[in-house]
Design a protein around this ligand. Structure first.
Ligand code: SAH
Length: 264
């Protein structure tokens, strides 16, 4: 956790991870801070149930869902600085963990520049919660040397180096990947990843409407299209999933008892 002190302002900003959606996956610290906040700025990936923890606060929605109308990042930064400078206790609540594709870096820079006191409170990232839904170890020691958290959307459209990722013995946990599944599949195959490497996508991780789609690198694009996989979803790729992928696929085919699942 990072803490910075300032003598110039009396307000304070907390960059807080809200977890993937299930309110029970919020940390105790996050819940306490929400109950104490004057102002709460929230992302659209934060579930509405969590807002019942801050009935006293002024809540400002600053969603930035990919492809949709969003609040410019610069405006969010100005708002944080303005509210804290006015002496308010501000909670900036972000889906998952603030340090994982959460633009925490940009907000920290703005707060530093304005000499505002801040603290980061970690949350359960949706990629980690997806592993729990799948029931797999991301770092199964027989198959993976580590995990890469990857976004399929590079800054300003920069291409992701899927080929390099394909050749590393890593489990890939892909954020914002649904609309780029075709590109990802092609590059992973070109990079030498085995076509039968398991892929499991989880839509709406930790929410009542969660869905799981089981595929392989060779079938992922068709499987996602066929099951109309939608954002927000996490796509996990790697040999560490092999046992779980086989089990989930078998359940779908034989008993249909894996709710809402589709397999390719
Ligand atoms: N800071 C967040 C990630 C924000 S980027 C975190 O740590 O989870 C937004 C992306 O996160 C989405 O496109 C999706 O890939 C993923 N995501 C966030 N919440 C999710 C959820 N409940 N289920 C599935 N994916 C989710």
């Amino acid at each position: 956790m990072t803490k910075k002190t300032s003598s110039q302002t009396s307000g304070e900003v907390f960059l807080v991870g809200a977890g993937p959606g299930d309110p029970e996956l919020l940390t105790v610290k996050a819940a306490r801070l929400l109950g104490e906040a004057d102002v709460v700025l929230i992302d659209d990936l934060v579930g509405s149930a969590i807002l019942s923890l801050c009935p006293q606060a002024r809540v400002i929605h600053v969603g930035k869902r990919g492809g949709c109308k969003s609040t410019p990042q610069a405006f969010i930064e100005k708002l944080l600085v303005r509210e804290a400078s006015a002496g308010h206790k501000v909670v900036r609540l972000k889906g998952g963990d603030p340090s994982v594709f959460g633009r925490a870096g940009e907000e920290i820079a703005a707060l530093d520049a304005a000499n505002i006191t801040y603290e980061i409170v970690p949350g359960v990232s949706s990629g980690l919660a997806a592993a729990a839904t799948i029931g797999a170890s991301l770092t199964h020691r027989d198959f993976a040397q580590g995990v890469a958290f990857v976004t399929a959307h590079g800054a300003d459209g920069a291409a992701v180096d899927w080929r390099a990722l394909a050749s590393a013995a890593l489990t890939l946990v892909v954020y914002m990947g649904v609309s780029r599944a075709g590109e990802m599949q092609k590059s992973l195959l070109e990079g030498g990843m085995s076509a039968v490497t398991p892929v499991i996508a989880v839509e709406n991780v930790s929410r009542p409407d969660a869905r799981t789609v089981v595929a392989t690198v060779a079938t992922m694009q068709q499987a996602f299209a066929r099951s109309a996989l939608k954002s927000p979803a996490i796509i996990v790729v790697g040999e560490a999933l092999r046992d779980r992928a086989a089990k989930l696929a078998a359940d779908v085919y034989s008993q249909g008892n894996f709710a809402n699942s589709r397999s390719a």
